[in-house]
Design a protein around this ligand. Structure first.
Ligand SMILES: *[C@@H]1O[C@H](CO)[C@@H](O)[C@H](O)[C@H]1NC(C)=O
Ligand SMILES: *[C@@H]1O[C@H](CO)[C@@H](O)[C@H](O)[C@H]1NC(C)=O
Ligand SMILES: *[C@@H]1O[C@H](CO)[C@@H](O)[C@H](O)[C@H]1NC(C)=O
Ligand SMILES: *[C@@H]1O[C@H](CO)[C@@H](O)[C@H](O)[C@H]1NC(C)=O
Ligand SMILES: *[C@@H]1O[C@H](CO)[C@@H](O)[C@H](O)[C@H]1NC(C)=O
Length: 498
């Protein structure tokens, strides 16, 4: 029964079905990552790239050089390790040709072993030691392509380059002639070795990031009734300062049997973020909520038997003795049930400063007679409620308040009775049973499609006539760090985690 009422989350987000029949191609949830958001993501990516890059082992370098007065000297560098990389400056730039990420002025520290040997007369002279290298002014640039491939994102590395401007070799031990010889002989090779290794590592990293994107689920389970379809539709839109994604965004029935109906996206954007620039904009079309409401309704879940209330005496005909005397007369001291059944999927109106909803329901009064449940009367209720929405974690949540309600007697087996007589009983039931129950479920809400590890922060919500817009920053949860190593395929970076 608990989940049966989850549907009540939905009514308060609903607005009447759109009459704009437009392309179904577009998604019902749109997400835009702003420049600020891209910078934030880029910083995390670089941080993760660096931590997965180090330590990086480069291949051994050996060569034989002819040194005047000495002869042929065999030099070698082994165990060449990049153990630290610092990126002081970086930027990300989306554009028509892809997403460019540039790390500039980067430095790296390397350690290595050196050795040499040569034959002088009949003796072999050899020595070895340790060396440290500082790489200065390293530029790393890459351009990423992002495309929609059958509903998932395809990330490709379109260009990648690494350029080392300068290196500084410090030898521990060794003669000065050797020092100079090493610098001259190996500088170019070390530079290109560093450049190749970093480029190769980036290529591997992007492949792994791509396979993580591929493994993104295209459906987020919400509960046993509905799931959210998070299939990407349309190509990502790369503007010069932001990236936009369209997500199908409709709820689907978990059992795949119940229909959520057909929807047509009204592509007019009616709301926009106001105030300080946020990292993320998520806009949800009204039909996101409509689709869930319809599934619950079509699955027959918008019905509720009320058999427990805070004041249990209300569910006995004795309490109705004075307000509906004939009920008590026919069924003295019998227990009662209320069968609440919505007569249509709830409708909600949304305007920039208010969300309100009208719920049409039938409340059947059932009396426990001798070994049978007897429906004795049915009251049609039209409830007007006002709603508000908020963010809790990564969930969109809501709450409602009763504004007003009207009643009419639909049918009765106990004769006519005046609605005003039971007005206060109904109000009590709505306020103490119906709304708290609705709010319990609205309070849980449903998950927004946010990548695991990220949490919305300082979200603002704007309502408009056909959509709800969430403008939010995100924080990155440290506890998820192990899962976010971009180059570790055993950890899922981009799971939608709820
Ligand atoms: C290779 O380098 C690493 C890191 O600099 C160091 O821990 C290790 O002892 C070195 N191995 C040899 C054989 O020198
Ligand atoms: C790494 O290299 C930079 C210069 O590129 C230097 O300032 C720094 O001290 C080095 N760090 C370590 C741990 O060797
Ligand atoms: C980005 O695009 C907007 C409008 O599309 C334009 O006004 C702005 O100058 C562009 N910025 C850059 C850096 O190209
Ligand atoms: C999810 O959305 C995609 C794209 O709109 C659609 O092709 C697919 O059929 C939907 N999945 C379900 C289960 O409805
Ligand atoms: C509750 O009422 C609806 C109609 O109002 C009816 O279809 C349904 O069978 C009733 N449920 C029970 C358990 O009596």
């Amino acid at each position: 029964m608990a989940t049966a009422f989850f549907f009540l989350l939905m009514p308060f987000f609903l607005v009447p079905a759109s009459t704009h029949l437009q392309s179904t191609e577009e998604g019902f949830i749109s997400t835009v990552i702003s420049e600020k958001g891209l910078d934030f993501a880029k910083d995390i990516l670089i941080e993760k790239a660096i931590s997965s890059l180090t330590p990086l082992y480069l291949p051994q370098i050996e060569k034989t050089l002819k040194i005047p007065l000495v002869g042929n000297v065999h030099f070698g560098l082994s165990n060449i390790t990049i153990y630290r990389v610092d990126v002081p400056y970086s930027y990300v730039n989306p554009g028509d040709t892809g997403i460019a990420i540039v790390a500039s002025g980067a430095t790296a520290n390397l350690s290595m072993n050196w050795f040499y040997s040569y034959r002088a007369w009949f003796v072999t002279v050899s020595d070895k030691g340790h060396a440290s290298i500082q790489v200065e002014g390293m530029e790393v640039g890459l351009t990423l392509g992002l495309a929609n491939q059958q509903g998932t994102l395809k990330l490709s590395l379109m260009e990648c380059g690494c350029y080392v401007k300068d290196i500084d070799i410090t030898l521990n031990g060794g003669a000065s002639w050797l020092y100079q010889g090493l610098v001259d002989a190996f500088e170019g090779q070390i530079k290109s070795s560093v450049e190749n290794a970093i480029t190769k590592k980036i290529k591997e990293g992007i492949l792994k990031l791509d396979s993580l994107l591929k493994s993104l689920p295209n459906e987020v389970p919400v509960n046993e009734i509905v799931a959210l379809n998070v299939t990407f539709v349309e190509e990502p839109v790369l503007s010069n300062s932001s990236i936009g994604f369209e997500i199908d965004g409709l709820f689907t029935a978990a059992d795949k049997v119940v229909s959520s109906g057909n929807y047509f996206r009204n592509s007019q954007l009616s709301a926009s973020c106001k105030g300080p620039v946020k990292m993320l904009e998520i806009s949800l079309d009204k039909d996101v909520f409509n689709s869930a409401s319809n599934i619950y309704y079509n699955a027959g879940l918008m019905q509720w038997i009320v058999d427990k209330v805070p004041d249990q005496s209300l569910l006995n005909t004795a309490s109705w003795k004075y307000i509906v005397p004939q009920l008590y007369k026919m069924y003295p001291n019998d227990d009662m049930n209320l069968n609440v059944s919505l007569s249509s999927p709830p409708v909600i109106r949304s305007s920039p400063d208010n969300i309100d909803s009208t719920i049409y329901s039938d409340v059947t009064i059932d009396v426990f007679g001798d070994n049978e449940i007897i429906p004795v009367a049915c009251i049609s209720l039209v409830i007007t409620a006002s709603g508000s929405v908020g963010i809790s974690g990564n969930n969109l949540v809501g709450s409602v308040e009763l504004v007003d309600f009207t009643m009419s007697l639909k049918w009765s087996k106990i004769g006519n009775f005046h609605m005003y007589l039971i007005q206060s009983v109904m109000r009590t039931l709505l306020k103490t049973v119906f709304l708290p129950y609705v709010n319990l479920h609205l309070g849980r809400g449903f998950p927004l499609p946010i990548i695991r590890g990220f949490t919305l922060q300082n979200a603002d919500i704007f309502c408009a006539s056909s959509q709800i817009l969430i403008c939010s920053n995100v924080v990155f949860a440290d506890s998820y760090k192990p899962k976010l190593l971009p180059y570790d395929p055993t950890h899922s970076l981009l799971d939608f985690g709820f």
